[in-house]
Design a protein around this ligand. Structure first.
Ligand SMILES: Cc1ncc(COP(=O)(O)O)c(C=O)c1O
Length: 475
């Protein structure tokens, strides 16, 4: 048995702990053949003395090497390089150790939302203090069971809270059991497709319509049938003409995405009738139905669903914050067992603390106050943006103000390629989107989609729009 007289160099400046450096040096020495199977390794005491380290540090490294099989402890006879390594030596290759990423000083790694970005709520209105208070109350009263796996269907207290809220606010009568919590609209659509759509079946999609939903339906194997929209929303008769046998229709009745009109009552009834007669499902995407400025929010399509054909989709992204990653679906009563089975296969469930905090936010009455506050704030902020656009662009701009929503569709009269314009605006740091990106087969409109919820003053609006005009002056 050969005694090792290996020299170990350690780096006290390194972020790697010393025990780990010792462990790695031994592994490297074995892989490079400096230490051979059967060689004796220094005793704990000797190595600790040589390296001027605590014995425990060496013990930790040796423990790892013994645990992984590189060393063999022989009790009083000392510790050796494991003899069985002989036949494995040619295959032992140490992958170069990368140094760990230094933890950044700033905890704020998310990128700053760009000005005029679509789809964000007012980020300055997130009720931080209240959230901290509710979150700590929720945690302090949590049971051990709450720290286990959350239900794949969603937290029952949140499902109860949402059922009450939907009744009052969206006119929907449903049982808490019909509500399934998801991690966002994509999560909701994914679950709906798994439960209600077979690959190859036809799906009506609004044209123009939300690109993320379109991509998801296509990825799920849906055969998309585009249906045009007009001032009354989706033209149901065109859907019936093109694909009466479709299995599903995905619609945005409160504010058509992105044009913003409301689906008329006549069309609502026609859509429900088609679905009932054809055993089709209607997916109602109510992403920002709460934000209506001229009158009270109008009840959801689901509130008229006497035949149980509508799957209602809500999200917390617009009404509180997208950082929560919480959304929900209301499942037709007859389908609850079926959807539960699908959930149990595919859903992870959402974080317990977040769900419990949102449930408290709703049941303690904060949610309705928050909605009231943001509704009047958005009305004002929309006006800031409209005013700035009119002042800066004058006759060159036209804006069709819709009854609600969180963005404007703006047409610049001299522009005939919105994608080209938006590319320049994005390079100049704006989050504006091109309207034509929402169109597919029928829609050929051009324009700019601008979120107004974070325009906190007239001055800021004016500054942004002047900057926008300047950055596109040479196009
Ligand atoms: C049309 C539409 N539906 C739904 C959503 C909500 O998506 P999520 O719940 O993933 O935030 C959005 C967000 O921008 C949207 O524009």
């Amino acid at each position: 048995m050969r005694k090792s007289d290996m020299h170990i160099e350690l780096n006290s400046e390194s972020q790697q702990p010393i025990y780990l450096q010792i462990y790695l040096r031994f592994r490297e020495a074995i892989s490079e053949g400096l230490l051979k199977p059967g060689d004796r390794v220094p005793s704990l005491r000797n190595l600790a003395e040589d390296l001027n380290l605590a014995r425990g540090t060496i013990e930790t490294a040796y423990g790892m090497l013994i645990g992984e099989g590189y060393f063999l402890s022989q009790g009083q006879a000392g510790t050796v390089i494991a003899p069985f390594l002989e036949e494995h030596l040619p295959t032992i290759r140490i992958v170069e150790q990368s140094t760990p990423y230094p933890y950044p000083r700033s905890r704020h790694l998310s990128s700053t939302p760009l000005p005029l970005s679509l789809g964000l709520p007012a980020l300055d209105t997130f009720p931080r203090k209240l959230w901290a208070k509710l979150g700590s109350q929720v945690l302090r009263s949590a049971t051990e069971a709450d720290m286990g796996y959350p239900s794949q269907l969603g937290l029952m207290s949140l499902r109860y809270a949402l059922a009450s809220y939907l009744k009052v606010s969206r006119g929907i009568s449903c049982k808490p059991e019909q509500i399934i919590i998801t991690d966002g609209y994509r999560g909701s659509l994914d679950l709906i497709c798994r439960a209600f759509l077979n690959p190859g079946e036809k799906v009506w999609m609004e044209d123009p319509g939300y690109p993320a939903a379109l991509k998801l339906i296509q990825a799920a194997g849906g055969d998309v049938v585009y249906v045009p929209v007009d001032q009354e929303g989706i033209v149901v008769t065109r859907g019936v003409d093109n694909a009466p046998e479709a299995k599903m229709a995905v619609v945005t009745p409160s504010h058509q995405s992105p044009l913003g009109m409301t689906l008329s009552l006549e069309r609502r009834l026609a859509l429900l009738e088609w679905a009932a007669n054809n055993h089709a499902w209607i997916v109602e995407d109510d992403y920002d139905g709460e934000y209506r400025y001229a009158s009270r929010p109008i009840p959801a399509l689901k509130s008229l669903d006497s035949q149980d054909r509508v799957i209602f989709c809500g999200t917390m992204s617009k009404v509180i914050s997208p950082s929560l990653r919480l959304a929900y679906i209301v499942v037709p009563e007859s389908q609850v067992n079926h959807v539960e089975t699908i959930c149990r296969i595919f859903q992870n469930g959402c974080p317990w603390v977040t769900q419990a905090t949102v449930a408290e936010f709703i049941t303690q009455g904060h949610f309705s106050r928050h909605l009231k506050k943001t509704r009047s704030l958005y009305k004002l902020r929309r006006q800031f943006l409209v005013q700035a656009l009119m002042e800066v662009y004058g006759e060159d701009v036209s804006i069709e103000l819709q009854a609600g929503g969180m963005h404007l569709v703006v047409r610049l009269n001299k522009i005939n390629d919105d994608k080209y314009l938006v590319r320049h605006l994005n390079e100049a740091g704006f989050g504006i989107r091109a309207l034509s990106d929402w169109g597919s087969q029928y829609f050929e409109g051009q324009g700019l989609i601008m979120g107004f919820t974070n325009i906190h003053s007239t001055e800021y609006a004016k500054e942004l729009i002047l900057r926008m005009k300047k950055s596109t002056a040479n196009l």
